[in-house]
Every structure is written in structure tokens, then in C-alpha cells.
Design a protein around this ligand. Sequence first.
Ligand code: DSN
Length: 390
Amino acid sequence: MKDKEISKLIEAEKKRQKSVINLIASENYVSQDVLYALGSELTNKYGEGYPGRRYYRGCKIVDEVEKLAQKRALKLFNLSSKKWSVNVQPLSGSPANFAVYCALVPPSEKIMGMVLSHGGHLTHGQKVSMTGKFWTPVLYKVDQKNELINYKELKRLAILEKPKLIIAGFTAYAHVVNFRKFREIANACGALLMVDMSHFAGLVAGKVYPSPFLYADIVTTTIHKTLRGPRSAMIFSRIDYRELHKKIDKTILPGLQGGPHFNQIAAVAVALKEANSPAFKKYAKQVVKNTKALSDELSQLGWRIIEGGTETHLLRVDVWREGKGIGGREAADKLEAAGIIVNENTIPFDTRSPMDPSGLRLGTAAETTRGKKEKDMINIARKIDRILRA
Ligand code: DSN
């Protein structure tokens, strides 16, 4: 590479990534094939529109790229192209969620999602996000007793508030979600059900987390977390008389975006093929086993695990311990100084600010890609314990 300044920074980042233990729950390490597609000449091509319907000439090849990504997306989640449509053009998760609301919920109508501090996402209607300004948010919390979703309370709130769309999906909730119950609740108040499976998509693909497709009207996902692909996103929508897919496609383009990033879409296609393999199923299984091992060992060592444990790729740990411990920011800094990379995270009913909350979020998807097993997780838990108590 001729640009020495950037190449030096890339090399430094490569070295950093290799030298640390990465427990960021939303990160992963992609394959060389994904990197190759991302760095390919496909980035040079403009092609606003959809396969066969572009505003530019010379799109025959990129049409094939996009159709292949769509085909692999449907195949990975066992979906028929007669019943489900997928848009592979969203640039990332937040714009994908925003596009769904723009397409399907009139401005200022209600959308219902989980509070950020309890495990939801900014784009699920939090006040600081445009999704909480352009639409009226109805935010649900977890149960104070066990920090799990209380479906009875969720139903009560949904019937009271009558949101137009309910979101099931989280960035820090560590338990398996009951999509059937979410469907019943959405039916009870006449809402659309959107599942944001960004965090657990790889677990769904690996068949260690229930598929949301039986119950949802719309499913959004990023590709770069447990699914181990490039930074990107997809929107799946059910094909029926409501024509959700047509509204979503029109909202992505011309509504919100311009030319699709074909290098990114090709990299998505590569990752989707990789995820549809026996090796990936084994990987997903190991991710869940590793998180449980990490959670169990931390718990043994006296740390309070939020929700009482985990069933997925992530967990949250209370480091503040009602004033007997340290703040999340200090804990994350101490771990970083020792080569363990995590993020500070709010915990349900947190008494501290999101900038310096009471918890840490730990995930095992990235380290599992690097071949770590349960015994490694036990050692990592012990190391975390030593560093945080020092
Ligand atoms: N910021 C991502 C995460 O870390 O979960 C979600 O957008």
C-alpha cells in the first residue's frame, strides 16, 4: 500500500486485535474471503435500484451479486422466496431499523421497544435516537425481580398503548426470547411484530436460538456480530396482501439511500455461505457453551450476573455492586490496561449514568472464532476477577 500513514494504522490495528482478548459482544473476526470481497473492485460500481431495475447501465454483474446475497440469506434461514423478501442494501443496523419504521409506521405513531438500560437498542425508540423523536416510543422494562421479560406486563402495556409496531430484539438481553408470546401480544393490540435479531442472528443460523421467522412480520439484522460477516444489515419481510416488502424496498431506495455498496453486499453473500455450513453450527454451539462457562465461573467467584445467567453469546455483570465495587467505566479501563477488551453497560434499574454505568457487557463470539473453549473462558473469568479486585 502506497499510503504509509494509513497502512501503518491498519497494521497497528491488526496487531492490537491479535494481542487482546476481545469480549465485545457485538464484534467478531471475518474470514479472508469476506475481506477480499470488501476490498474488491465492486466498490467502483454505481447501481441505484434493484436487480433488473437499475438507473445505471453496466449492472449485469452486480445484479448477480445482489441476487446471490438475497438467495443465500433466504436459504440460511430456511425461507421460501414466495413467502419472504429480503433487502440486502441497508448499510448497517440502525439505518435498517429506521427504514422499517419510515416504511410502515406513520410519523408520531407509537413504536414499542425495550428500554436501552434494560437491554434494548437506541433505534428501538430511545429518546436520544431519531426513532424516539419521529415516533412516539412506548418502552418496556424487564421484571425487577429476575431481570427477565415479563410477558404479562408486556401484554398489559401493549393493550393500553396500542403501538403500531412492537420490537423484539436486544443488544444486551442474555436470554432466549419467546417469539410466540410476542406474536400473541402483537395480535392482541393489532401491531406489526418486528424482530431485530442483530445480536443473535448467528445463533439462529447455527440453530442454537429459536428462529423468529415463524412469528415475525419483519426481521432486521446486522451481519457483523454473531453472524461473522462484514458491517452491513438486511431486512426480511413477509410477502402478503400488506405488501410490506414493497414499502420497505421503496423506503431504502429512493427513500433513504443511494447506490448500494456492492463490495459490502458481496461480502455479505460470502458470510452467509460460510454461516450455512456444519462448521458454523459447531461454532454457534461453542459460543453458547463458552458464554455459559464464563458466566458460571464469574458467578462462582462472587460476581452478580444480570438476569441470573445467560443462554446466548453475551452476559452482563454488575461491577458496581450497589457501591461496594467500582463503576463500569473504571472496570472497563482496568481490563483494557490488562489486554481484555469489553464495554461498560447499563444494567436494569441502573442508578448510575449510561456514561459510567454499573455493569460490563461481555460476549464470546469473537474469542470463539479464535478457537477458545470452555477452559479458556474459565481462565478469562479468573483473570477478570483478579484485575477487578486488585
Ligand atoms: N452498538 C451495537 C452493540 O454493541 O450492541 C449495537 O448497535
